[in-house]
Write a protein that binds this ligand. Structure first.
Ligand code: ZN
Length: 134
């Protein structure tokens, strides 16, 4: 099953306030900030063509992004690929032996279903698969 495209790239940052101007200066269109309390994260969305860049600032040090920053510092956090069929994609990855962080698709932001593959099985690149709700 072929993936459709890169949907977004997630970048872990210590401070949205400091980083938003940097990415604006790079020439990306700023769309706004969304807080995702379930993930303890604030997300600044940018648009480049039909691809997004998400800056991720933790709202708590015990969040996934907080732990990532403590361990690895700021930088590329994950790549998200879009699929037409999230259930089918997950089934296929299971048969191919990929390791999962999410055992079932869950709700992401902006009306999406998402799941993460474990970086152990994807050359240390945290990989998100997402599909837009129909
Ligand atoms: Zn993401």
């Amino acid at each position: 099953m072929m993936l459709k495209k890169i949907e977004h790239v997630g970048i872990a940052v210590n401070s949205l306030e400091k980083s938003i101007p940097v990415f604006k200066n790079l020439g990306m269109k700023f769309l706004g900030i969304e807080e995702v309390p379930s993930q303890k994260v604030k997300v600044a969305m940018f648009e480049i063509g039909d691809v997004h860049v998400e800056l991720l600032e933790p709202t708590s040090p015990d969040s996934a992004i907080g732990k990532f920053l403590e361990k690895r510092g700021e930088g590329l956090h994950h790549i998200a690929f879009e699929t037409e069929d999230i259930e089918g994609q997950m089934r296929e990855y299971k048969t191919l032996g990929f390791e999962f962080i999410d055992q079932e698709p869950r709700e992401g932001s902006h009306d999406t279903w998402i799941f993460f593959l474990h970086p152990r099985s994807t050359n240390s690149v945290l990989t998100e698969i997402c599909s837009h709700k129909k």
